[in-house]
Design a protein around this ligand. Structure first.
Ligand code: ZN
Length: 850
């Protein structure tokens, strides 16, 4: 594996730059012709006599020429080398004609077909499957694209500059790397709108979908318009073309792609009606539309020098979309949700065999590094930076970033330098957040004497693969102090920790304060502090920081659940009463109350137990969590019916946060009632639901108590023709299957005629749900492990990217007992022995194997 690894340390500037690119596509499903005319010029930054290496994979070269002189060199498996001796001294024109076959491209990378429409996916290295090209992000060029096809709608990047029967020509004036290239041709309908930028320029907005779906685009369009306005108002960033196109496709490996002026989306993150999409779907559509739009400046106008710098665009763009969602909805709720995801995905990754720095230093297959660490931890690092330099410093640094690097392919060094230059701060130590993997543990202890309260902090980052030794990081610790009445005696203050051990003194205090540490989750660390249940309950009731208020309740629940698993404890009044108070406190945001009622997840619990040296038993965690829910249901029983009724939304459905929060709390209450009434109320809610949030929410309540078969049938007959809704039907049955029935339920569903396993959404809705059911996936029989491995082996030859991504279900093996470890290792070995294994899945399995 190591001999094929690509290393950051080996970076070399490109030998040649490109002045312009012209492409012509003659589209045909199995024989598309791609004609390219590329104007090259030697790169002065890389003097010397260099061959020109062009990347190219799965291409049939028909002919190529340099300034009209035929090229005699033959392509190899991964590209074509034009020897220095054949290259003119100055600029020259390379032309090529190649043939490709979109109809047989099942990897969904390069030019492929989905439901009869042509579309592309080029990030990270898909353009090389379209034509011979230096497929690296530091080679940027303006593109002109001519598409010849009898498809009614022909789209590419930039503005449409000419069109006629059977062809269209698009011109993108902004130099871009090849990974931002896109082309779409199909029978599509637009949902259109307009936007006037802050300087008064009109922009045509279109969301292109398959006929029949045009009525499901309104929310995505509204989200786009709000994103455009927000980026003007918050970052001073204006859109820079005459048109912004979004296309929804059903077959897509990821969420969406920010191709310049032509975003391509997984249809799951575009199409939504109240009847078909849940509140979570609406929130994700809003966030992803914003994310891809924001990439226009953070990613496209300023791109990455090389793929090691991926977090430069992704961490920053996630950070921006999180700010946007917070502004649109509730910052408190958004922060809690983001931390839940961070812990569930990134902490999990950081604590296992796949741990890597936010800026990795080597990779075999770059597609394997579109990870929670690069995206979510990458965003956390920016949040810390902003906390350290303040809002003004952040704004100055970002202005400088856009001014200094517009039109460039930049690095993390460039990024940190703008912060240093704009604020005068030295960020050498801070940079460790980019280079060291692993989640720091922050141990906190306190002293109290003579009115002086001292906080002692110690940071330790455990070793990660390839990085045995860690160094102290700069950790912004937001702290507040409360007195016994719940009054704030120290408002939120950011302590800057830079040493391995450090103490902070607070004097002139009348009484011993109750600390609220790491407010707003000010750093992506694991806080370890011995805290009594009374103190947690106090903070749950009184903390003025909404994140830490929620965190106190969560910690209380996790402590209890841990004791239930290890000591057979049972839920006592401390937790039950504290939670009941929050659940019924009408002065609190319903969305916050719903989050407070959400019990810790089983995978999260397994992670926490493992971190404290206990081998998690998935079956026991599952049973204890249900027992916890039962106890809560009994405790709240007198209130639940009233709560459910009072939260009913009178008017028509609206997806906005206030209404969604009320539905979330209502469904949390319904789930509890279902545990005591045998499903009466949930069955009624299912019958009367007029939106997908409640329909699917009620169904989940029923499945969770082992009922809901007739409702599943109703659901299937109602939604059988709707792909996106049916994905939910597949998932739910597996997610809520009893542990011993999970593998069998999954197997049965893979036999269902609608299980189209080549469609990534459908594959994920079934096999992703299998690994999402913690107790079912880790059932002692090993059936689920085998089933997942079978399907990864089957998918890999067709779609290596999705197979590799889904193999991360096995990344947690080291947490479990020896029997489970052995079972998982057997499956990883079986994957590694699969004939023709892809580089993608091979790298993942190698890294995970003991
Ligand atoms: Zn992104």
């Amino acid at each position: 594996m190591t001999d094929t690894a690509i290393r950051l340390a080996d970076y070399l500037a490109p030998s040649h730059l490109i002045e312009s690119v012209a492409l012509t596509f003659r589209l045909a499903p199995e024989a598309t012709l791609v004609l390219s005319t590329i104007r090259f010029t030697p790169n002065k930054a890389r003097p010397g006599s260099h061959d020109l290496r062009l990347d190219g994979e799965n291409l049939t070269l028909i002919e190529a020429a340099i300034d009209g002189v035929p090229v005699t060199a033959e392509p190899d498996e991964t590209g074509l080398t034009l020897p220095w001796a054949d290259l003119p001294e100055g600029p020259f024109t390379f032309t090529a004609e190649v043939e490709i076959s979109p109809a047989t491209n099942t990897a969904l990378e390069g030019l492929y077909m989905s439901n009869g429409m042509y579309c592309t996916q080029c990030e990270a290295e898909g353009f090389r499957k379209i034509t011979f090209y230096p497929d690296r992000p530091d080679v940027m060029a303006p593109f002109r694209v001519r598409i010849e096809s009898d498809m009614p709608v022909l789209l590419s990047n930039g503005n449409e500059t000419a069109t006629g029967p059977g062809w269209a020509e698009w011109t993108d004036p902004w130099p871009k790397p090849a990974y931002l290239f896109a082309l779409v041709a199909g029978d599509l309908i637009a949902h259109s709108a307009g936007f006037t930028t802050m300087s008064g320029r009109p922009v045509a907005l279109n969301i292109w979908v398959r006929p029949g779906d045009e009525g499901r685009c309104a929310y995505a369009m509204d989200s786009l318009i709000r994103s455009m306005r927000w980026d003007e108002q918050t970052y001073g960033r204006e859109y820079d073309l005459d048109v912004f196109n979004i296309v929804a496709v059903d077959d897509f490996n990821m969420g969406a792609m920010e191709n310049k002026g032509l975003n391509i989306f997984n249809s799951k993150y575009v199409l939504a009606l109240p009847e078909t999409a849940t509140d979570d779907d609406f929130a994700r559509i809003e966030a992803i539309i914003a994310h891809e739009y924001f990439h226009n400046w953070t990613g496209n106008r300023i791109t990455c020098r090389d793929w090691f710098q991926l977090c430069l665009k992704e961490g920053l763009t996630v950070f921006r979309d999180q700010q946007f969602s917070g502004d649109m909805r509730s910052h408190a709720v958004k922060r809690i949700e983001d931390v839940l995801t961070l812990r569930a995905r990134q902490f999990r990754e950081d604590g296992g065999p796949l741990a890597h720095p936010v800026r990795p230093e080597e990779y075999v297959e770059i597609n394997n590094f579109y990870t929670a660490t690069v995206y979510e931890k990458g965003a956390e690092v920016i949040g810390m930076l902003k906390r350290l330099v303040g809002d003004d410093g952040y704004a100055r640094a970002l202005d400088l970033y856009f001014q200094r690097h517009d039109g460039e392919a930049a690095t993390i060094e460039d990024w940190l330098k703008v912060f240093e230059d704009a604020t005068g701060r030295d960020l050498a130590q801070f940079k460790r957040w980019y280079s060291e993997a692993g989640t720091p543990r922050l141990k906190a202890t306190e002293d109290w004497a003579d009115g002086v309260w001292t906080l002692h902090l110690e940071q330790v980052t455990p070793p990660t693969p390839g990085q045995p030794l860690k160094h102290p990081k700069v950790i912004p610790v937001a702290l507040g102090l409360l007195n016994g009445n719940g009054d704030e005696v120290l408002p939120t203050t950011v302590l800057e920790m830079t040493e391995a051990k450090q103490s902070f003194r607070f004097d002139k205090l009348a009484t011993r304060p109750i600390p609220s540490i790491l407010r707003g989750f000010s750093a992506p660390v694991i806080l370890e502090r011995a805290t009594s249940p009374e103190e947690r309950a106090f903070l749950l009731a009184h903390d003025t920081d909404p994140f830490n208020k929620w965190e106190a309740g969560r910690a209380l629940a996790k402590d209890l659940l841990a004791r239930m698993v290890t000591d057979n404890a049972s839920p006592g009044p401390d937790w039950l009463d504290a939670l009941a108070r929050v659940a019924t406190d009408d002065s609190l945001d319903p969305a916050f109350r719903a989050l407070a009622l959400r019990l810790p997840g089983e995978d999260d619990m397994a992670q926490t137990l493992h971190a404290s040296g206990i081998t998690p038993d998935p079956a026991r965690i599952h049973a204890a969590r249900r027992q916890m829910a039962d106890a809560l249901a009994r405790r709240l029983q007198p209130e639940l019916a009233g709560l459910i009724d009072s939260l009913a939304e009178p008017g028509p459905f609206t997806p906005e946060a206030r209404a969604a929060g009320r539905r979330a709390l209502r469904l949390a209450a319904l789930a509890l009632v279902t545990r005591t009434d045998g499903g009466l109320r949930a069955a009624e809610a299912f019958r009367s639901a007029n939106n997908m949030t409640e329909e699917v929410g009620a169904l989940a309540c029923l499945l969770d108590i082992g009922r809901g078969q007739s409702e599943l049938d109703t659901f299937e007959s109602r939604w059988g023709k709707d792909r996106l809704v049916m994905d939910k039907w597949f998932s739910l049955q597996i997610l809520y299957a009893a542990p011993e029935a999970t593998a069998e339920t999954t197997r049965r569903l893979t036999d269902h005629p609608a299980f189209d396993w080549k469609n990534p959404n459908r594959f994920r809705s079934v096999l992703g749900a299998l690994s999402g059911n913690h107790a079912g996936f880790h059932h002692a029989s090993g059936d689920s492990y085998r089933l997942l491995a079978d399907w990864l082996i089957r998918l890999d030859p067709l779609n290596p990217q999705t197979a590799a991504r889904m193999s991360t279900a096995f990344e947690t093996w080291a947490r479990y007992d020896a029997d489970r470890q052995a079972l998982i290792q057997t499956e990883l070995d079986r994957v590694l022995a699969a004939p023709g294994l892809s580089r993608d899945l091979a790298e993942m399995a190698e890294r995970m194997r003991r």
